[in-house]
Write a protein that binds this ligand. Sequence first.
Ligand code: F6P
Length: 353
Amino acid sequence: MHVGMLTGGGDCPGLNAVLRAVTLALTGDGATVTGIERGFLGLLTRSVQPLTRERVAGILAQGGTILGTHNRCDPFAFFGAGGADCSAQAMSYLRELGIDALVAIGGDGTMVIAQRFAELGLPVVGVPKTIDNDLALTDRTFGFDSAVAVVSESLDRLQTTASSHGRVMIVETMGRYAGWIALQGGMAGGADVILLPELPYDLQAVAERCLERESREGWSLVCIAEGAHQRDAGLTLRETIADSPDPLRLGGVGHVLQQQLQPLLSCEVRTTLLGHVQRGGTPTAFDRVLATRFGEMAAQLVKAGQFGRMVALQGDDCTSVPLVDVAGRTRTVPLDHPLLRTARSLGISLGQR
Ligand code: F6P
């Protein structure tokens, strides 16, 4: 059997751990594995490399992806051909390579494209990756735990400088339209205010919490998700990339909040935008294990001929779900999530009155 594998969308810690696990599990049974470079783009630029046991040796803890990735390439609307459908070209290259099945590791955008290839008859298995943790039907995506660890450590560091200077420190996290990173990271880092896209904030409520702390502790930590916004206000956009499958790039809401809050408080307000720091570097032990389990499960699905499915974590079970049920859906923080109750019980403000 000859299996192709690619990593699509934004990178995250743990991608190499999946590449290693799939390669070891499949080549151990005599299969050949070929890596497609820079996500689906490699199918159009004809860029591939062999994935052997030697090639994946020592990459478990390495951040990024040895195959490279691309978050704008959709072969069904290829930016390099004025948005034309180049999927037939990609399919013909896969046939030429003699690829029997494709393992696509990525987030929502990658799953949507993988599902479209599945509809053309390509045997596909998806593996859920993203720091945002926002894919449907899986409790976890790998990369999330590593991003949360960065947020938590950043808040720890900002806390000592916040208390030394008597400041309000705002930390903006990634996460797109889901607040998972801000919620878990904010909780782990002891934030006093956590603002999520799922709960549009009331500025006065945020200011009141900071004023309370200004008079008692003298400093505050605010953790805000990039997709958070004030009630009745829109999202804060960093840029719009017209020919991307995901054209809206979020970012900057931390600075917007800083400008809104400053006139309402006596102490100084500062903002740290964590950005891509959350996506780089080595995966946590949890993500290495999760990515390895996901990769091994993807190999099992390929060997069993169970295609059109995405690997998923449900509870502690590594299982799989139909790709068609995942593609195009976003999993946001439910308003009855137990961590929201925990936050409220501890007096952490969620920006609500
Ligand atoms: O989906 C992962 C993610 O890091 C989001 O949290 C963020 O909004 C986006 O990708 C950033 O994308 P880019 O790397 O293209 O700026």
